[in-house]
Design a protein around this ligand. Structure first.
Ligand code: ATP
Length: 319
């Protein structure tokens, strides 16, 4: 193998740049040529591809977003789109591909592998919703951004003696809500994996208020539903002044934390190692601080599981 490609796809996440850098540098270290494919699978189809050298990934390790840009591309879900992508790879003489993204991007990677094209996936998404890895690239940074925001909201919540509902990202996974809620001592954490009893939440809020609590923080994962609607219901039923903050895309940006930079560097380099070892159709991950790899097929068939022990602990600590 002489020439590989790398792309970022789906939602951007802080640390993707560090992963691209690791792929490029590790590949060059092993005398491979590396081509960057811009705008994910969309750029693969349209041929927005250029050679990267060690300098082209300089000064990006600390930057959020992705230097290769990203996109969502419906056309790549079709056989025709995938064929166009493979034609471009052949045109540029790219023999194998590393795809950095979330589970949707892995479906695209898997399609390429099924067409006989060696592809390795690197989990890059703030949602932490990919099985086979304890952490995804970007999760830690997003988590710290949320914590910073909740700390600030807590100050004003206490000053005004208000109830605050904070909606956080995570798609169908509750990890960002659970971790940030636990780290910030939220009174209630609502995650899509657990069905909540709204009446129980209301009576706990009322009890807390009677006991003299100055504020209450309720963290809601976007997968549960609209934070605005939940806030309205809480205000109506508790008669406590309630405000809602939807954190939105602020959670996706920012300079990656040390944890995400190191994770991205390790996973990016590991992906190149797998290609050099002749592997294909795999995803790299980290489990118990060990680098691992799994068949993408197996990962796509599995469901992400929320850490139940952590969830139970959050309930105990918020009595
Ligand atoms: P995130 O979870 O952070 O948003 P993601 O990778 O899951 O990231 P998606 O929008 O689901 O984001 O997927 C990214 C892209 O992967 C899609 O726009 C499409 O180009 C490709 N893709 C998704 N599903 C398939 C599929 N079934 N076949 C081929 N390609 C796919």
């Amino acid at each position: 193998m002489k020439r590989i490609g790398v792309l970022t796809s789906g939602g951007d996440s802080p640390g993707m740049n560090a992963a691209v850098r690791a792929v490029v540098r590790k590949a060059i270290y092993h005398d491979l040529e590396v081509y960057g494919i811009y705008y994910g699978f969309a750029g693969l189809i349209s041929g927005e591809i250029e050679k990267l050298d060690r300098g082209s990934v300089g000064d990006i390790i600390h930057r959020g977003g992705t230097k290769l840009y990203t996109a969502r591309c419906e056309e790549f879900k079709t056989l025709e789109g995938q064929k166009k992508g493979i034609e471009q790879l052949e045109k540029f003489g790219i023999e194998a591909l590393i795809v950095i993204g979330g589970d949707g991007s892995f479906q695209g990677a898997q399609k390429l592998a099924e067409h006989g094209y060696p592809t390795i996936g690197v989990p890059g998404t703030i949602d932490n919703d990919i099985p086979g890895t304890d952490y995804t690239i970007g999760f830690d940074t997003a988590l710290n951004t949320i914590i910073d925001a909740i700390d600030k909201i807590r100050d004003t919540a206490t000053s005004h003696e208000r109830t605050y509902v904070i909606e956080v990202m995570g798609r169908n996974a509750g990890d960002l809500a659970l971790w940030s809620g636990l780290a910030d001592g939220a009174e209630t954490i609502m995650v899509p994996e657990v069905e909540d009893d709204m009446e129980d939440i209301i009576s706990r809020l009322k009890r807390g208020h009677k006991r003299g609590k100055k504020h209450s923080i309720i963290v809601v994962a976007e997968g549960v539903g609209s934070g605005v609607d939940i806030g309205k219901e809480i205000q109506q039923k508790t008669e406590l002044e309630t405000r809602v903050t939807v954190l939105g895309h602020i959670q996706r940006g920012g300079s990656p934390t040390a944890q995400d930079r190191v994770l991205a560097s390790r996973l990016g380099a590991k992906a190149v190692e797998l290609l050099l070892a002749g592997e294909a159709g795999k995803m790299v991950g980290i489990e118990k601080n060990e680098l691992v790899s799994h068949d993408i097929n197996e990962i796509l068939a599995r469901k992400h599981i929320l850490d139940n022990e952590m969830y139970e602990l959050s309930k105990v600590l918020s009595i």
